[in-house]
Design a protein around this ligand. Structure first.
Ligand code: SF4
Length: 75
């Protein structure tokens, strides 16, 4: 599993900053609200950028869920 972004719509005010920061994952709709591509799944190479985008959301409306690593089984 990969990291995924989600939006708290009760907090977002549609300023569109996130879509400018991470256009590979987020696009803005005609009102500026973020639309998540591919259900918000973040490619591994964009995780650092996704974290920065979450931190820069002025209303703390973005969340990045990172799946816990499954420990390797002992042989
Ligand atoms: S940066 Fe935050 S408040 Fe602005 S559009 Fe994105 S989720 Fe909404």
């Amino acid at each position: 599993m990969r990291a995924a972004l989600s939006v708290d719509w009760t907090l977002c005010d549609a300023r569109g900053l996130c879509a400018e920061m991470l256009p590979e994952v987020i696009e803005a709709d005609e009102w500026g609200y973020p639309l998540l591509r591919n259900n918000g799944t973040v490619p591994f190479e964009l995780e650092k950028q996704a974290r920065a985008t979450v931190e820069l959301c002025p209303l703390l409306a973005l969340r990045l869920s990172v799946p816990a690593e499954v420990p390797a089984q002992r042989r």
